[in-house]
Design a protein around this ligand. Structure first.
Ligand SMILES: C[S@@+](CC[C@H](N)C(=O)[O-])C[C@H]1O[C@@H](n2cnc3c(N)ncnc32)[C@H](O)[C@@H]1O
Length: 369
């Protein structure tokens, strides 16, 4: 994909909102057709999403949401790593770091923190804020100007928001703070990453997976023995219900099953609680959509995977099952599912897949075909 060209337009359009472009002298100049940019709607939507993320991560207005989502994680890190040394700080990875605020807060807490992010929109914006801000409150945006629903007043909708609320460079970061651009699966599957992190923090990230089991497997591999995984966020699987021509893979497990899979990868659940949060919500909107999020610190007992799958399908690796369609996978994922239903489903829809998974079925199933 040509990221450079898809990016230049929305980034350009966004900067126009508040830069001193000498060609724009009055608000009416925006009506000049030569200044109209033909930006695909999908990119416009991404820019709006980034603008809302600026509020979540870097505006005073986002403090309440940061307290809901980031503070419980920071508190756990503080509790779990009480004797942090400045000379050899524990290493913390934050996959899907968005605009980098959580990764920065973790760094300020005394960890060698690395954020990982694959969206160029997010990376460009976080680099702008982290590297190019000179004072707190330097920039102003109008983040809710596009939101026509649930406004209590026009003033609310048109209100300016300044950011960042802090000057990142003087926030007190620990040496080793970095942002790593790239797909989590590609970057951290590399052998060099094995057993190199003391803690992995996933915040609103797990459900971005096509294959959540793969995410968990990678987290288990890159953690040191005795390392900790802290997760907070919903299971609002991003690729659920994307039945397009490409029918992208999406494995949608319940929290119960996520915990079973994690335990099969050597994680022991230390603590769990439900937290009510919002995500990029407009704090002054008439309606706030709050979600319950599970916050789950896991401690890894051992590295290595003796038995991956909770069901006995002949001791095969979970990857044999990755060939199954998402629905077949969902049907098979719990021990309580009805064998006949699985087989009916496979007969109806997954004829080709039957042959792929046939040899991983216990012999008793093969009589049915
Ligand atoms: C819902 S946002 C959460 C951002 C941030 N953690 C927060 O709580 O505000 C999920 C983030 O994960 C990123 N992401 C999704 N899939 C990814 C992948 N495979 N590798 C790296 N980043 C990914 C998205 O670009 C997005 O920034």
């Amino acid at each position: 994909m040509d990221y450079a060209s898809t990016l230049s337009k929305p980034a350009h359009a966004f900067m126009h909102l508040h830069s001193q472009n000498p060609t724009v002298t009055s608000p009416h100049d925006w009506l000049d057709p030569s200044l109209q940019l033909h930006v695909p709607l999908v990119d416009v939507d991404k820019v709006r999403c980034i603008i809302r993320n600026i509020v979540r991560d870097w505006a005073p207005e986002g403090q309440k949401e940061r307290d809901q989502c980031y503070k419980p994680i920071l508190d756990e890190l503080d509790r779990l790593f009480p004797n942090r040394s400045k000379e050899r700080p524990p290493c913390c990875l934050v996959p899907g770091a968005g605009l980098g605020r959580l990764a920065l807060e973790i760094s300020c807490l005394g960890f060698a923190s690395q954020g990982n992010e694959f969206s160029y929109y997010m990376m460009i914006c976080s680099s702008f804020i982290l590297n190019h801000t000179e004072v707190a409150g330097e920039w102003t945006i109008y983040p809710w100007i596009h939101s026509n629903c649930n406004s209590l007043s026009d003033d609310d909708q048109l209100r300016p928001v300044s950011f960042p609320d802090i000057h990142p460079a003087s926030a007190g970061i620990t040496e080793g703070f970095s942002m790593c651009g790239g797909d989590f699966v590609e970057v951290y599957s590399d052998e060099s990453q094995e057993a190199s992190w003391d803690v992995v923090v996933t915040c609103f990230f797990l459900d971005t997976a096509h294959n959540i089991v793969e995410y968990i497997e990678i987290i288990s591999k890159i953690l040191k023995d005795g390392g900790v995984w802290i997760n907070l966020g919903p299971l609002l699987y991003h690729f659920a219900d994307t039945y397009g021509p490409e029918d992208e893979m999406s494995i949608e497990l319940s929290l119960e099953d996520v915990k079973k899979i994690a335990s099969n990868y050597g994680f022991e659940l230390e603590k769990e609680k439900m937290i009510e949060t919002t995500y990029t919500a407009n704090p002054r909107a008439m309606m706030q959509v709050a979600q319950d999020q599970a916050s789950v610190p896991f401690r890894q007992q051992r590295v290595g995977v003796p038995e991956i799958w909770p069901l006995d399908f002949g001791g095969q690796s979970v990857y044999n099952f990755m060939h199954l369609s998402k629905t077949a996978f969902s049907l098979m994922r719990t021990g309580s599912c009805n064998e006949t239903r699985i087989l009916e489903f496979l007969r109806m829809k997954d004829i080709i897949i039957i042959f792929r998974c046939f040899d991983v079925f216990p012999a008793k199933y093969s009589d049915c075909f």
